[in-house]
Each structure stands twice: as structure tokens, then as C-alpha cells.
Design a binder for this molecule. Sequence first.
Ligand code: DON
Length: 600
Amino acid sequence: MFAMRRRFFAVLITLLLLGLPAAAQVATQATTPIEQPNWPAQAVRGSKVMVVSDEELASQAGIEILKKGGNAVDAAVAVGFALAVVQPAAGNIGGGGFMLVRMADGRTGLVDYRETSPGKGSREMYIRADGTLDSRAALEGYRAVAIPGTAAGMELALRTYGTMKLAEVLVPAIRLAEQGFPVDEQLARSLRSSRPLLQRFSGSYRTFLKNAELYNAGDILRQPELAATLRRIAQGGAAEFYRGQTARELADEMARMGGHVSLEDLAGYQAKLREPLRSKYNINGVEWEVITTVPPSSGGVAMIEALNILQPFELKSLSDAQTIHWIAEAMRRAFADRAAFLGDTDFARVPVRGLTDPRYAAERRATIDPLRASTSEQIRAGNPAAYETSAGGGSGESPTAPEPLRDGQTTHYSVVDAAGNAAANTYTINTGYGGGVTSTTGFLLNNTMDDFTTQPGKPNVFGLLQSEANTIAPGKRALSSMTPTMLLRDGKLSFVTGSPGGPTIISAVLLTMINWMYFGMEPQGAINAPRFHHQWMPDELVTEHTLAAEVQAELERRGHKVRSVPWRWLGQVEAIAIDPKTGERLGAADPRRSGVAIGY
Ligand code: DON
């Protein structure tokens, strides 16, 4: 418990520090968490292309590839590998995620490279002999590691939609790892606050401390072992990662250190190309289409369920208490259903069709009181199976046992090219620096096993309750909240978005889209606007402190348990909007940490 609490504070401090200013740069939008007036009011404009990511060096890597003639997916793969070098807390080849692609010719696909459970995984693997949950084992060190998907996912995206070779798009990442890059204030602070975790594992100690000292801003961080691994991937493709030297070294280390990832697990890993979820809305006479994730991400289903519930309501602005009430009540119902039904559809029957059916939304909507917050008991999961053609889903039994919401690290970036191809990628090693282990091959490993239902009825690190549909089984993908999403406006690309933030991803993406679709806000304003989040359990409406006090008071009068935390930001949205009149790419980087939009 003490260790859990220490880790909790380490994560909190990391988050707090990540909000502090980075060095001023062209088109860099950095600010303190409190001083909103410093936030940029306008998006960065580009007539042809735009890359928006959390890190300037990564955004530049994307631009470098676009300038060489690469398309949005070539650039997105380059950004993905570059972030694995320059944003070690979240960028990765030791984790997984989702890349949503829409090509200018209308083709769409969701590259699902979510991590899977090792073959030795089982639903009881984190349960001690006395029946209690060893949640630390699912969060720290070697036993927390699921089979990484990033190398396979990046290769699949490139092969399906790209024009360049892996070796070409890996050039910027290899250069950054080999020659090193200057550590900025943000990374220095993040490494400092994560030192207690990182120094426990020899690979992380070697990589992220220099002779036992912390890196300071301005120091050059070189990662020769990671560079060597990236070079091998450039030569041998993902096959090298999963079946070559990298796989052998990783499996050996796992066997030595008590981890579960085996050579067979790595050889068997497959990224999957899935059909994204789509849903249409007519808002103020404009036809919108949402294109988003399917399971094993819960995000698309939850977001569409919420948007469906909201359909007939008059939404005014996100600083209007009535609007927040509607949205919060919709979120609560979508999250209660997430907790009851969602999991990997290759293993569990999940009523995706029912949950996203407007008739089901009508049933859920009917339980909302326009003026009073429902109790969480009133909200318990509905019966979406009634709207499925085939029966399906979890038990529908909502678990109980609320616990506080927690954060970690993940990263999202968006790319649009001159032809109008677009990529939205969210990937992660789960919490910041994953489980703390850097393998002998130079990359940090995820702690994504905690995203499974490690014990039914027990919340995970984000306070999320999850169902039988998400219990651990060999080869199964852990349920995720990552939600890379695009919007079409009258059939044309209009908005490319996504966020980190665990469950708050779903709220951050939803709210940003609502600002763009319903209120026609300037995209930077849509990103800057105060956010709120309700995940059903714990029963609290978490708000950013920038929400006006009188609005908060009104929500409390209606029975919402509002929790506004001064240091807390919800999400880090890196979005690109298309100006409907000029076609310009409008890069809206989130100033909550230090997103960087670069376009031309
Ligand atoms: O896939 C998920 O839902 C989580 N592993 C995401 C973690 C996350 O976003 C932490 N971020 N800030």
C-alpha cells in the first residue's frame, strides 16, 4: 500500500511538473497550469500540411518526412518512432496503441496494435494465495508487461497506407537516439520525479541517469542501445523485433527476471487492421460523421453512445451549467456501460451495435432528470443486447467499489498532408515510463496488464471498474480508452483529434469535438476550453479549475459531486482542423503541457 501511495505521488508530481513551461520555441505553446492568459488564442495555420504532437522534435520529424515527399502515414510512422526517443514516458516501441487513418480517396482503417496478454497470462495471475489482488505486480516491473504492438502497428500502417520504406521513416528517430538530443525542462523534471521508479531497474538507471546523476535541461541524452534496436528494425522490419535479435534478447531478459513475455508470444503478435466505428449527426444543418475506434478501445463506443444520448438536447456552451449537466449525465451512462460490457471482441461478445444504437441511447436518455444529477445506482448498465441482431455482451452486472481516479502518461499526435490524407495516433506504455523497466535492447516496457480486469470488481490504476469481458486470457488485448478520432463535415475531412489521459481521454476528445461541431469554435479555443469528466465510478464530476465558480456551484446545487483540483488538467489534445472555407490546416496544440504544431 505504501509503495502504491509513493507511486501515486510520483505520478502526481510528474503530471504537475509536466504542466510547467518548456523553452520558448517557434509555434510552441507552453504555459504554466494556472496562467491561462498565456495560452495561444489561435491555431497555427498551414496551407498544405500540419503535424501536431507533444514534442517539437517529433513534430519536426514528421515535417522532415513530408518535405521528402512522404504522405501523412509515412510522417505519422516517423513521428511515432521519434517520440519513442524524445518522449520516453509515453512514446514507445515497448507499448501499443491505435492509428486511425483516412486517405484522401475516402479509405479509412484503424490500425490496432494494442498489447496482448502473454501466453502465461490468466485471470488469476495477479491474485495472491490469500485471494487478495497484487495490484503492484500488474503495474511495476517485469510481470506487468504485455506483448508490445508498436513495431508491428507502425509497419502495418506503413505497408497499408504509406509510400516509403521503414528504413526511410526511421531516419529521424535513429538520428535522435544515436546523436542524442537536448533534454528540455519538461523532460528533466519528468525524469527527476520518476527517478525513484527508474533507478530500480538497471536498464532504466543506465539510460535515464548519467552516472547516477539526473539529466539537466540542456544536457544531451543519447540512447545507443535504442538506436541499435531501431537500426535493426530499419533493416529487418517488424520481423526483427518479434523474431530476431530484439525478440531473443527481450525474451531472455524476461525469463531471467520473472517476466512472462516469451519468444513464442513475440513471434505470435499481430497488429490488426479494423473497420472504424462511424456515426452521423445533423447539427445545425451540417452533416457530421464521426470516425473512431472500435474495441479493444472503449473510446469510440463510449463517445458515440454519449453523442447519441445528447442528440435532442440543446447544447449551448461548455461554460453553461445545463449543458455540462447533460453531458455529464451522458458520460456517466456511457462509462457505466463501459464498465459492464466492454472488452476485446476477438475474445468476448461485446454488444457494440446495441451500445451505439440510437434506440438504446433513447432508453438511456429517458433516465436523465433535466435538473437533478442521477444517483450512480440509477445509472447502472442498461440492456443494449435488446438492440443487437445477435445477443452479446458482458453480464450487464455493474461492479461496485469506487476508488479515486488516477493519471499517467500516453501521447497523441495528428498529421494531415497536402493531399488531404490524415492520421491520428494515440499510443502508450500505460502510466508514465510504464512499469519502469528499460530492456537491454534500450526501450521502456509497458505496464498495460493493469488495463485488464485484474480482479472483477476491483478498479484499476485509473479507478475504472471493468467486467468479465476484459479478464486476462492468453493473446487477448487489454481494454483501452485511447480514442484517435476524425470528423467529416458534409463528407469532407474536418477534424483530426485524440488525447492521453486514461479514461479522461474519452471526455477530452468528446468535449473538443463538441466545441468544434456544435459551437463552431476556433480550433485552438476548442482545445483550450475548460474540461470536465465523469466516469460513473467514482461518483464525482471532475472539473478543471478553470471552470467558473458559479457554474460549479450550480452543478453542486443539482446534486453533482464536483471535484476541481488546481493542478489537474484533463487530457492533452493535439488536433488539426480543416478550415471549411480555405482548406487550410489549423494545428491546435494543447497548451496544458506543451504541444507543438508545425505546418506550412
Ligand atoms: O489504454 C488505456 O486506456 C490506458 N493505458 C491509457 C493510459 C493513459 O492514457 C495514461 N495517460 N495519461
